[in-house]
Design a protein around this ligand. Sequence first.
Ligand SMILES: NC(=O)NCCC[C@H](N)C(=O)O
Length: 397
Amino acid sequence: MDSEVGRLRTVLLHRPGNELKRLTPRNNDQLLFDSIPWVDRAQQEHDEFAEVLRGRGIEVLLLADVLREALTDARAHAAGVHAAVDAMRLGEELAGSLRADLSTVDAAALAEVLTSGITFEELPASRAPAASLVRKMHHPHDFAVDPLPNLLFTRDSSIWIGDRVAISSLAMPARRRETALLDLVYAYHPRFRHAARAYGAHSAPVEGGDVMLLAPGVLAVGIGERTTPAGAESLARSVFADHIAHTVLAVPIAQARATMHLDTVCTMVDRDAVVMYPLARDSLVAYAMRPDGEGSLRVEGPEPFLQAAADAMGIEKLRVIDTGLDPVTAEREQWDDGNNTLALAPGVVVGYERNVETNARLEEAGIEVLPIAGSELGSGRGGPRCMSCPILRDALT
Ligand SMILES: NC(=O)NCCC[C@H](N)C(=O)O
């Protein structure tokens, strides 16, 4: 895959499941949701999103399916149990007994534990109550295995670049275990087990929402709340070593919840066009990393992002679709992921229907917007791009 906008062929989504039912007003901040979603409606909205993609001939893979299928491999099952049970949290006694229990469950049940977590109350009653201080002292509703409600945002946890997949190293504690799940899927699912890797899940943090394939050979990487300079450098070294990119632009973004990833302020909507939060337009800068020809990097800049991007892409100008919004509407629609579109082909994007003004300006500029509902999906602060991991796109010709 070499761009953001080549015709999309295969995409990985996660239909939100029981893990969203774990969210409460006490834990939603820590679990990175801004409110408590109505789960049935979120699922309905997500089904509609998937249908829009299927309706355009795109193959939709669901994470729960590929995870379950991967876990039918005994090695994956063992790795899944290992990833679920944290002896530092549970103590040796309880960790040992939970490991023994999970080793006997089938792939579907293990997948459910890995995604939805398990509370102390849900642990088998017979397990180590006398020998486990941890079990006795925890509140029954505490998590023995944390749920992963942010699996919904498949964009962030793995990234396809060229014919390689990079498993992200996620920055926030609430998302770190997603790495292990995606690693299982790519290592053991028959469809993926021969996929070559890029970067390395144990490197410094890079999240997929920060990584943008501006053009064949050209990446932009947001640096902010999630992706660190060290992470961007690791990714650059890896893609240069594999000859799948010649330029990586590191783009500092505000370290704030509203702008947690580069794709919250900017996404590509055509080969040479982006939709961008107006305040970012003139303020974004980029540091350009290129191979120095001797196995290391050369870093230049900073210079204005739009110029650096156009130069690296070999075009005269990267068009910014001017949403022309007043500052208040722009801020509201940015918060509601108006700039977070998913391109299905050059000039065709999916966007949340609620961003009426942004979508109207995109249409005026000749971009076809396929609207989807997102009132509940958006409670985790992510739009169509965040909720999708493209696996295969046609090459840009
Ligand atoms: N690419 C994205 O911007 N993803 C959105 C992730 C939202 C999720 N609740 C998070 O805070 O990580």
